[in-house]
Design a protein around this ligand. Structure first.
Ligand code: AP5
Length: 215
């Protein structure tokens, strides 16, 4: 089963993707995570990627399609969770073609609906374990022991350079301009399932499970 998690920055895509990995052994393909790895590679490409990400704009289709292609060709598991990809119509077309080439198809597109007001506090309060990737929040999901990851015990807690109000405003504009047309694109293909992303994380997971178990 292959599924896309679609939604604006802070909608909860990463949080739900991690739960699906744990529950179903699916493979999470997050272009944001891949690009964050690339930015630390020390290459010219990494430097350019970092500049674009920090300003809240989208990285070129060519780069992200290349990253996803590598993973789709090499991964094994019970399906892919596309987290933050596709983000433009050309990326959506490329994904369809890519899956077809490896004899697979897309089973569901989950649109995580949230309103902009909730996103500012979600984004500015977020921090992540640098070792295992667990996602936390200063208010809604703090660690049990301050500064120590509940999952792996690491003290390497990180905040993203683009998690500030100025970058978020740009990221939201990019979402509405370039990514939201995908809602119509997948609706027309009868693949779109909206879920209420403002609900508690467990209730969102229930809604996601229902979509996947129906499909
Ligand atoms: P990316 O890393 O994909 O970031 P994003 O889409 O902006 O999404 P986020 O990771 O910020 O949020 P999320 O929806 O995963 O929310 P999370 O679960 O963490 O992309 C970053 C950048 O990379 C882009 O701006 C772009 O430059 C580039 N890029 C990436 N992909 C690209 C592509 N395909 N094409 C071009 N460029 C690309 O949750 C957020 C917070 O809320 C957490 O603290 C969490 O604990 C909390 N939370 C989660 N769910 C709930 C809930 N239900 N209730 C309360 N709090 C919640």
């Amino acid at each position: 089963m292959n599924v896309i998690l679609l939604g604006p920055p802070g909608a909860g895509k990463g949080t739900q993707a991690r739960r699906l990995v744990e529950e179903r052994g699916m493979v999470q393909l997050s272009t944001g995570d891949m690009l964050r790895e690339a930015r630390h590679s020390g290459t010219e490409m990494g430097r350019k990627v970092a500049e674009v990400m920090d300003s809240g704009q989208l990285v070129t289709d060519e780069i992200v399609i290349g990253l996803i292609e590598e993973r789709v060709a090499g991964a094994e598991g019970t399906g892919f969770i596309f987290d933050g990809f596709p983000r433009t119509l050309p990326q959506a077309d490329a994904l369809g073609a890519m899956l077809q080439r490896v004899g697979q198809s897309l089973d569901a597109v989950i649109e995580m609906q949230v309103d902009d007001a909730a996103l500012v506090s979600r984004i500015t309060g977020r921090f992540t374990c640098g070792n295992c990737g667990e996602v936390y929040h200063d208010v809604t999901k703090p660690t049990k022991v301050a500064g120590v990851c509940d999952v792996c015990g690491s003290t390497d807690m990180r905040r993203r350079a683009d998690d500030n109000e100025a970058s978020l405003t740009k990221r939201l504009m990019e979402y509405y301009k370039k990514t939201s047309p995908l809602i119509g694109y997948y609706y027309a293909k009868e693949m779109l399932s909206p879920v209420d992303g403002l609900d508690e994380p467990e209730a969102v997971s229930d809604a996601v499970r229902k979509v996947l178990d129906k499909g």
